[in-house]
Design a protein around this ligand. Structure first.
Ligand code: ZN
Length: 162
C-alpha cells in the first residue's frame, strides 16, 4: 500500500521518533508499505515519520534492492563531502550540503539481527539524511545561513499557499 508522504510544515517531521521495541507482523507491513511508497515516489530513502509513524526505522534503496534499518544509530563519521541533496518531504528543491563522507551505522534488520554498516559517499549521505529525519531534523537545518534564508522564504510561501 502506498502511504502518504508528509511534507514540510507537518509537525511529525520535527518530532524525534521512539525506538522500536517489538519487531512483529505489524512492523513488517509498515516496512513493506514504506518500500512501496519510496519506490513509487521515487526516492532513495524514507523514514517512518515521513509517513506519519513516530518509530525509529527507515528504508533505503540506492540500486541494490530495498534495505531496512531499525533503531539506527550513527556511531562514527569521518571526512567531508559536498553533495546536492533533496528530500521527498521537501519536493522539488535541492541544495549542496556538506556532510561527513564516511559513516558507521548500527541497528537491526527485520529479523532482529544486528546490522553493522560501513558506508561512504552516496550511501553514507542517504543514511545520514534518514537518521536526521528520525531525530526530527530536516535537511533545511543543514543549510548554511544564506541557503536557509532563501529556502525558508520559498517554503513558507508554499505552506501559506496550502
Ligand atoms: Zn528526506
Amino acid at each position: 500500500m502506498v502511504l502518504t508522504i508528509r511534507t514540510y510544515g507537518d509537525p511529525v517531521l520535527k518530532q524525534p521518533t521512539k525506538d522500536v521495541e517489538e519487531i512483529d507482523g505489524r512492523l513488517a507491513r509498515l516496512v513493506e508499505g514504506m518500500v512501496e511508497t519510496m519506490h513509487e515516489a521515487p526516492g532513495v530513502g524514507l523514514a517512518a515519520n515521513q509517513v506519519g509513524v513516530r518509530r525509529r526505522l527507515f528504508v533505503y534503496d540506492i540500486g541494490d534492492g530495498p534495505q531496512v534499518v531499525i533503531n539506527p544509530r550513527i556511531t562514527e563519521t569521518s571526512g567531508e563531502w559536498a553533495f546536492e541533496e533533496g528530500c521527498l518531504s521537501v519536493p522539488g528543491l535541492s541544495w549542496t550540503i556538506v556532510r561527513p563522507n564516511k559513516v558507521h551505522l548500527s541497528g537491526l534488520d527485520l529479523d532482529g539481527n544486528e546490522l553493522s554498516i560501513d558506508a561512504e559517499e552516496y550511501e553514507a549521505r542517504v543514511l545520514q539524511h534518514e537518521v536526521d529525519h528520525l531525530d526530527g531534523t530536516l535537511l533545511i537545518e543543514r543549510l548554511d545561513e544564506e541557503q536557509r534564508r532563501e529556502a525558508l522564504k520559498v517554503l513558507r510561501a508554499r505552506v501559506l499557499a496550502g
